[in-house]
Design a protein around this ligand. Structure first.
Ligand code: AMP
Length: 378
């Protein structure tokens, strides 16, 4: 199937070609025609399934035929749980919108960054991608008005609820006109989400795309049995031996992320850490250096496990195992995306063996433990 067959116009089609998307992903084939027809959509899909373009493309096309609203009255509102996702989603909007004959102004707003530049930039914005708290602050300051929103997208709605944004989300919903199109995307359909679904969606088209743990075939999983002291040397050995040019390493704590990155740098491997104790600017910089391959290794805590898209990331290493099997799946799911294969390697100490067993059981996949005896680590 082609994008044109989904009802997208030539202008959009040209923008899609610029992204080198040749054919739509399954979720896109199903959701795009429904969204263009003005229907509400419930999409159960993970990042990696192509869910962003699946609402970005049709909402841009819908906007093309609408008269621009008054200044600071936005048309399309996308609510997301984190600033990283806000920035990423806005980038996808821009990557298409910039190629349209009449580009549509989009913008991301999120907390943890100064509000003034966001207020100043709000002129003529038609699509706003926002975290709920910052959006409410902007509304309070009359920098933006929500009474003309006619398309609402909730992306990673389950995470939004998990992170405790329910109250803020309800406040935002109360500010929107009741007649609007609602698009709800979530990785899972939790009981909490069913409530939201009832409240929000009107006779929706439901699209469910296989969960990441059913899509793990593209990821080669490996695990090494080792002692804590061998982790650093094994990491360096693997990076050098397998000539890993781009590897995402996960640790459990902020401190560990910093020390692992420092140790790699001290050994001549360019690395940078990214975690919640870094400022927004530093986090963005770390991510962009990694994306642009200015550094070889990004060492991150679970903050990075979800939502962040690094195209064609070939390697993920669990320097420390995550607490939950779900986090494990999210972490390794940063590779093996967009139909590209990837490798995920876990370091498993004796005390983690039981926990690693639980993870494997949950993901219904066995991963053999490899001994490090034969490797020349030092
Ligand atoms: P998402 O699930 O929206 O985070 O998208 C995952 C990745 O798939 C991103 O790198 C997109 O650029 C890429 N992608 C989405 N749709 C397509 C498509 N139809 N063809 C090729 N790549 C795509």
């Amino acid at each position: 199937m082609s994008f044109a067959a989904l009802g997208l116009n030539r202008d959009l089609f040209y923008a899609i070609e610029k992204q080198f998307y040749t054919s739509p992903y399954p979720i896109q084939s199903k959701a795009i025609p429904a969204i263009l027809a003005g229907k509400d959509v419930l999409g159960i899909a993970q990042t990696g399934s192509g869910k962003t373009a699946c609402y970005v493309l049709p909402t841009l096309q819908l906007l093309q035929s609408k008269a621009p609203a008054q200044n600071r009255y936005i048309n399309t509102l996308v609510l997301v749980p984190t600033r990283e996702l806000a920035i990423q989603v806005n980038k996808v909007f821009k990557s298409f919108s910039d190629h349209l004959q009449d580009p549509i102004k989009t913008m991301a707003v999120y907390g943890g960054a100064s509000i003034n530049p966001q207020m100043m930039d709000m002129n003529k914005v038609e699509v706003l991608v926002a975290t709920p708290g910052r959006l409410l602050e902007l509304v309070e300051k009359k920098a933006v008005f929500l009474s003309s929103v006619d398309v609402l997208v909730l992306d990673e709605a389950d995470k939004m609820l998990n992170l405790g944004f329910k109250e803020e989300m309800n406040q935002v919903l109360a500010l929107l006109p009741s007649k609007r199109q609602n698009l709800l995307f979530s990785a899972t359909l939790s009981p909490d989400l069913s409530g939201l679904k009832e409240l929000l969606l009107n006779n929706p088209v439901t699209i469910e795309i296989a969960a990441e743990n059913e899509n793990l075939e593209l990821i080669q999983q490996m695990a090494y049995a080792l002692e804590e002291v061998h982790k650093g040397p094994l990491l360096r050995y693997l990076i050098k031996h397998h000539q890993m040019d781009q590897v995402l390493v996960f640790t459990s704590t902020v401190h560990k992320a910093d020390t692992v990155a420092d140790k790699l740098n001290a050994n001549g491997i360019k690395a940078i850490s990214m975690h919640s104790k870094k400022s927004q600017g530093a986090r963005e910089q770390a991510l962009s250096k990694f994306r642009n391959q200015e550094v070889q290794v990004l060492v991150a805590t679970d903050l990075m496990g979800r939502g962040i898209d690094i195209p064609n990331l070939p390697y993920v290493i669990n320097y420390e195992l995550p607490r939950s099997p779900k986090d494990y799946i999210h972490r390794i799911g940063r590779t093996g995306r967009a139909e590209q294969p990837g490798t995920a390697i876990s370091f498993v100490c004796a005390e983690d063996t039981h926990h690693f067993g639980v993870i494997q059981k949950k993901m219904k996949k066995q991963v053999e433990l490899i001994a490090i005896d034969g490797l020349k680590l030092f």
